[in-house]
Design a protein around this ligand. Sequence first.
Ligand SMILES: NC(=O)c1ccc[n+]([C@@H]2O[C@H](COP(=O)([O-])OP(=O)(O)OC[C@H]3O[C@@H](n4cnc5c(N)ncnc54)[C@H](OP(=O)(O)O)[C@@H]3O)[C@@H](O)[C@H]2O)c1
Length: 344
Amino acid sequence: MLPSHLPDPDLYLPGSGEPSLRWGIVGPGWIAGEFAKALRAHTAQRLVAVSSRSVERAQAFATEHGIEYVLGSTEQLVRHPEVDVVYVATPQSAHLAVGLAAIAAGKHVLIEKPITVTAAEARTLAEAAQTAGVLVMEAMWSRYLPQTSVIRKLLADGVLGNVRAVLADHGQAITADPQHRLYRPEQGGGALLDLGVYPVQLSSMVLGAPTRVVAVGGMTDTGVDAYSTLVLTHERGALSTLYSSLQARTAMTGVIAGTEATISIDGAFYTPTSFTLSGADHFSPTLRWSDPTGLRGFAGLSWEATALARFVGEGRTESPVHTLEETVSIIATIDQARAQLAGS
Ligand SMILES: NC(=O)c1ccc[n+]([C@@H]2O[C@H](COP(=O)([O-])OP(=O)(O)OC[C@H]3O[C@@H](n4cnc5c(N)ncnc54)[C@H](OP(=O)(O)O)[C@@H]3O)[C@@H](O)[C@H]2O)c1
């Protein structure tokens, strides 16, 4: 039996007691621009500094987003006395070095997904943060979106029964430019790290770490994974089937199928979206959930920023809904899949 109605989301609403932190951005590229807009429009956080390898680029970004301090290096930004938290928006290959620099300067850090290129690097970051007593969080924005809080409540309440399968895909048609960071091995390119990390984290949230990882797919001429399907086995026989690709845009939906009910998350499942809860047969009524907050697209990046501030205010050193242990485990799954694809 489905519930009569869906639970309300627990929102990371700005102005609900979280500190108004002073943020500095390293890597003023594409996602940093979206983050800056979301932060300014939809949070009580303050964007005060930006650094780039080029002062001109940092200055242009600062002018566009009304940022006070313009800095010419990561080191200057992380050591700036008016920065409380560093948002790392560089390519993944630089996440470890920038993250460690921020931790060494005693700053909290929000690091774009994937947190690092390998699980060993992620472990290094997690250990450094725990030793320093600062908060490190992967910018896995899906975890902080309204729909995710409702889905977690449905899972915790056992509404789905015994979850048997997670199916999710994330394919984008990225121009096959060998200079693009996604095609360059030394920049941590490849579909799995950049896009596949979303399906893998969905599987991890629902079913935990896999007991086995099987990857089938192909590589680009530049030596990164171009497309793959991962089959993950889990305890009690549940399976995750997860597709990612740099070559073709897919529906980007997520399905969580249980013995009593199924959640079908509309594409793009990892962004602010809607979902349907259906019963176990064709004839049951369905329940539809839509995001009531009005925040669409990359405005949804604001939820993770307010969440981080709330966690800092609570004295936490990791996210309670995406722990460092789980973050490392997700990259470890990707490590195994990438090794299989490279060797096949
Ligand atoms: N949450 C999301 O939805 C989302 C979406 C897209 C991307 N991302 C993630 O965000 C990160 C950046 O992606 P993007 O698409 O924004 O890339 P991008 O547009 O290429 O921007 C990255 C910026 O990092 C700086 N940078 C480049 N190489 C660097 C290096 N080796 N060391 C230090 N800084 C370097 C560059 O700025 P300067 O040259 O000025 O220093 C560049 O503008 C990636 O980890 C990606 O996976 C997340």
